[in-house]
Design a protein. Structure first.
Length: 155
């Protein structure tokens, strides 16, 4: 059985994470697998841009979308940047526009049998469950729509 990996979600991160963020979002060796879906998301929703203010950074899409960005950090002492989620809410659906993980997350899965992907989605859905109107999470890259109650019960 997979161990829980404690994560922290934040809308802004310190500017010191900029290199890690660029590796995850712009220079990720795993993104070629989703190249066409990434291009579709950029054409539809806008190009991700790094926004800096008061030594903090976040990501914003350039087409003035009402999107939000959450950075996923390891809650441990290292506080590594693990992933980011760019999403928007429409009615009872939260659509994940971009979801990207640090390349080393694959090593965590191989070496420790911990899926940072599963942990991220489970904890993200638990966070969303506080909003009663949200019923589904839709993943743009996979054209997949999942009931939020089902995601919260993943193991």
């Amino acid at each position: 059985m997979e161990n829980d990996f404690e994560l922290v979600f934040s809308a802004f991160i310190n500017k010191s994470y900029l290199d890690d963020l660029q590796e995850i979002l712009f220079f990720n060796p795993h993104q070629k697998k989703y190249k066409n879906k990434i291009v579709d998301a950029i054409n539809l929703c806008g190009k991700p841009e790094v926004i800096e203010e008061n030594n903090l950074i976040t990501i914003q899409l350039d087409k003035n979308q009402l999107q939000q960005t959450l950075f996923v950090l390891d809650k441990s002492e290292d506080k590594r940047l693990l992933a980011l989620i760019i999403f928007k809410k429409e009615s009872d659906v939260v659509e994940v526009i971009h979801l990207a993980f640090a390349p080393f997350c694959k090593d965590i899965f191989i070496n420790e049998n911990i899926s940072i992907f599963n942990q991220t989605i489970i904890q993200f859905s638990k966070m969303l469950s506080h909003f009663k109107e949200i019923k589904f999470i839709k993943f743009h890259y996979k054209n997949l729509k999942i009931n939020i109650d089902k995601v919260r019960n993943w193991k």
